[in-house]
Structures are given as C-alpha cells and as structure tokens.
Ligand binder design. Structure first.
Ligand SMILES: [Cu+2]
Length: 129
C-alpha cells in the first residue's frame, strides 16, 4: 500500500508547521525529511523488503527517492522486464540514509528492484500512467 501523494504532502506540511509553532531554532539537517518535489518515495524496511508491493507514478520525468529504514545496504534500480531502465541507481548504506535521482519513464509496468545479491524479495511493481 502506498500513501497517496496528497496526504504525504499534508503530513510534511503538518510536520513543518509543528516545527515552526514550537519556536525551536534547532531544526536539524540530519532528519530524514522528504523533499517536497519527490514524485515517488520508496522505503527499504526490515527483513529486506520495500514498504509496498506496488507503487504508482505519473509518466515523464520523475524524481524518485529511497529512504533506508532497514540496517543494511540497498541499491534501487528500475527494471522493465529483466532489463535495467535508464541509469538511475539509488544507494543507501545504513539506517537513516536517503538517496534520490531522476529518471524519465513512459507509461507502462516496471519493477522496483534491489540489485544487492540475496535481495530478490525487494521486487515491487511500479505502474506508470
Ligand atoms: Cu536490498
């Protein structure tokens, strides 16, 4: 299950509002805040999985981000069938790491896959329309 884009942005907006309203000046650079211009967020979660079995995105130029809630390295690539699409390769080495990149996708069915050996379970569907 993926969180609809609208509500994800609302959550970010609420978090920012909360930060501002408490008057703190210690906003940290190390928080894993998702940039508001990300089109698709994929999280690696414990037991070597993605946080959803299917994702959706609009066709065109996409900014894809990966956050690591797991404790091992992951490398996200986009596959069409068994072939890597474009040159997007997102790498997170440890818990809390974040990476993002841009790829242009035509409408179709893709796979969000982790290329680390033994991580074949990290294989979710990406529907671009
Ligand atoms: Cu992995």
């Amino acid at each position: 299950m993926s969180i609809p884009k609208q509500s994800r942005f609302s959550i970010v907006a609420l978090s920012l509002a909360a930060l501002v309203s408490c008057g703190g000046s210690s906003q940290s650079d190390t928080t894993n805040t998702i940039a508001p211009d990300v089109d698709l967020l994929v999280s690696a979660v414990p037991a070597i999985r993605w946080d959803a079995t299917s994702y959706q995105a609009p066709a065109g130029e996409l900014k894809i981000a990966m956050s690591n809630m797991d404790s091992v390295k992951h490398v996200l690539v986009i596959l069409e069938g068994d072939t890597v699409v474009g040159d997007l390769e997102l790498v997170v080495n440890k818990k809390g790491d974040y990476d993002d990149g841009v790829i242009t996708l035509l409408p179709g069915e893709y796979r969000i896959y982790c290329s680390i050996p033994g991580h074949g379970g990290m294989d979710s569907t990406l529907t671009v329309s």
